[in-house]
Design a protein around this ligand. Structure first.
Ligand code: HEM
Length: 149
């Protein structure tokens, strides 16, 4: 079960990466090009929100099933190792904050009074989430690395 969830979590990363890039690029084009906020823009942000929340649920399951929460029993030891610190603290904290920013960005964009305000708000929030999420993914070239697939 753990391995299946880990594969799903790994693959869902690409859905989030692609949707985030698409949403950010479209928001900046919409913002600076003074374009309409279309139904397609809304759909991309909705699918991003759903995938991010699904990733959060799978991540929480991995965290508890995989026993990463036990790291809190000896905090000093956990913090000493780059690997245990990454999985028990850094990955989880950055991702939860990143997903919260995506959620907030969608809410704020919906509340925007004009199409330009919607694009601007979405661009700012999603860029912040993107920096946080992309920098906390264990890429094959990161300090704590995992394979591409
Ligand atoms: C956008 C959000 C996230 C992305 C893109 C992401 C990405 C990843 C990736 C690529 C892996 C490695 C998968 C593999 O080795 O095949 C991983 C592992 C993991 N993630 Fe996430 N993650 C996200 C959010 C979360 C959240 C919110 C949590 C917990 C609350 C979490 C907990 C974990 C755990 C426990 C592991 C497994 C560590 C191990 O191998 O034991 N992730 N994540």
């Amino acid at each position: 079960m753990y391995t299946g969830l880990l594969h799903l979590h790994n693959l869902l990363r690409y859905v989030i990466v692609i949707l985030l890039i698409l949403a950010v690029v479209k928001s900046f084009i919409g913002w600076f090009g003074k374009k309409e906020y279309t139904a397609a823009d809304n759909k991309i942000s909705l699918f991003l929100l759903i995938s991010a929340h699904l990733q959060l649920l799978i991540g929480l399951a991995l965290y508890f099933i995989g026993g990463h929460h036990n790291a809190w029993q000896n905090v000093a030891e956990t913090m000493k190792s780059d690997v245990t610190r990454f999985w028990s603290v850094e990955h989880i904290a950055s991702m939860i904050i990143g997903i919260a920013i995506i959620t907030l960005g969608r809410i704020m964009a919906k509340k925007g009074k004009s199409d330009n305000a919607k694009h601007r708000r979405q661009a700012i929030y999603f860029v912040l989430a993107m920096v946080l999420i992309f920098s906390s993914i264990p890429w094959p070239f990161s300090a704590v690395a995992r394979p591409w697939f």
